[in-house]
Design a protein around this ligand. Structure first.
Ligand code: NZQ
Ligand code: ZN
Length: 391
């Protein structure tokens, strides 16, 4: 097991009806005027925003409001948000939504008082050392942004992540019932995303961490089953609760603790949703992940892990005589599961084509200047091979 640092500092308030406590929780965190911050209207339509407004007012809090965060959020909107919050005198960003709203809030929170620009921070041209307070009411189980140390923004066709312990929100209110209104496509995107967060870490380069392996395998089996159930019955509380908690556990650092790993498939996916912000992150991953496994399967060094993946996660019988068959079956099981959720499996289904591959391969490897240290290191040529397997 590798040495690690883990400090998942976000306070989690989990369970039915907890959004009603928002006002008290905001007040307990010392905020006097939060900015109620949301996306394109789902939280208004579901009545959630109304309940949060009442809860804030009930706690005697003044608040401002700003909606309109789009999926795959832009640095420009985060910058606008920071200016808006400054003008309104807000001392907290209260993000009501999913990864997009939360990430936009995370990056704006640095800039409210400092006057820094979100994109400068993302590109590490400016380093913030403080932010206004940051709270979350989560409405979709997916990215784990509600407790993660990362935030992702898009600017002029580039999508990049910024990692910092300060990115972890001060609190996250997580009521699984808030996800009942999700369109099936978004539920499925979330399942794929959280699975990929855990699976990428599972394909680490050290194999001396039995605890991490068992944790990941158990989490993935629970998510696979809950994903099926939530797609069949959107109001299945246990399934929704499993997905919501698993989304956080997949990306709060726990699954990577003691492992040598990185989010390399994620780097590739971000190129896809950067080219077309209409591509949902999870849908891009559904195309990419099976292709990434196929790419890995060509390498001897990856065989043992791929076999274990097939057996422990997908419940397949090991073929000791012909382990390649087990590997293939594991990859096919992954693709079939994603398809059963209604996810795409090719670039074409996402509206991308062979003509986009060179640009995406350049984008994720700094035009060939970066190689990621995975089981099979991924430089530009490897990225291109993986993208071609997505065609
Ligand atoms: O905007 P509204 O109207 O609210 O609709 C949203 C949006 O259209 C809708 N939605 C959310 N909750 C709903 C709902 N609709 C009905 N009922 C509800 N309860 O779902 C759509 C997708 O929302 P979005 O926030 O974009 O999805 P997600 O949570 O998947 O976030 C994606 C973004 O997060 C980044 C992705 O790259 C992408 O930009 N990621 C952030 C990470 C992080 N910060 O740790 C890690 C991830 O790997 C990821 O890269
Ligand atoms: Zn992700």
């Amino acid at each position: 097991m590798e040495n690690f640092y883990l400090h998942t500092s976000t306070e989690v308030y989990f369970g039915r009806g907890r959004a009603a406590e928002t006002g008290e929780i905001v007040r307990a965190h010392g905020a006097r005027k939060p900015l109620l911050y949301y996306g394109g209207g789902s939280a208004e339509r579901s009545g959630l925003l109304g309940r949060i407004r009442s809860s804030l007012a009930g706690a005697g809090l003044d608040f401002a409001e700003l909606g309109g965060v789009r999926s795959n959020p832009t640095a420009n909107f985060a910058a606008y948000t920071a200016r808006f919050a400054r003008e309104k005198g807000c001392d907290m960003l209260l993000a009501v939504g999913g990864g997009s709203v939360i990430d936009s809030a995370k990056m704006a929170a640095y800039c409210v008082r400092s006057g820094l620009e979100p994109w400068d921070i993302t590109m590490k041209r400016a380093v913030p050392d403080s932010r206004v307070k940051l709270g979350v009411v989560l409405t979709i189980a997916a990215t784990g942004s509600e407790t993660s140390d990362s935030a992702v923004l898009t600017h002029e066709g580039q999508k990049r992540g910024y990692t910092s312990e300060l990115n972890r929100p001060d609190f996250a209110i997580m009521d699984p019932e808030l996800t009942y209104t999700l369109p099936p496509y978004q539920t499925a995107c979330g399942v794929v995303d959280m699975m990929t967060h855990t699976m990428e870490r599972y394909f680490c380069t050290n194999t001396d961490n039995a605890l991490a392996d068992e944790l990941s395998e158990g989490l993935l089996r629970a998510v696979i089953a809950a994903g099926r159930r939530a797609m069949q019955d959107p109001f299945d509380y246990e399934a929704r609760a499993t997905l919501m908690f698993a989304g956080s556990l997949s990306h709060n650092g726990l699954m990577g603790a003691g492992r040598r790993c990185g989010m390399w498939a994620h780097k590739l996916e971000h190129e896809m949703s950067a080219l077309d912000p209409g591509i949902a992150h999870g849908a891009g991953l559904a195309v990419l992940w099976p292709a990434y496994l196929r790419f890995l399967s060509a390498d001897e060094a990856a065989q043992a892990r791929l076999c274990r993946y097939a057996v422990k996660i997908w419940g397949l019988e090991p073929d000791f005589e012909r382990p390649r068959r087990t590997v293939e079956a594991g990859i096919e099981a992954t693709r079939a599961y994603f398809n059963s959720l209604g996810m795409p499996s090719t670039l074409r289904e996402l509206g991308l084509s062979e003509a986009d591959i060179a640009r995406m391969s350049d984008g994720c490897t700094g035009a060939g200047t970066v190689t990621y240290p995975a089981i099979v290191p991924i430089g530009r040529a490897e990225a291109e091979r993986i993208f071609r397997l997505c065609l």
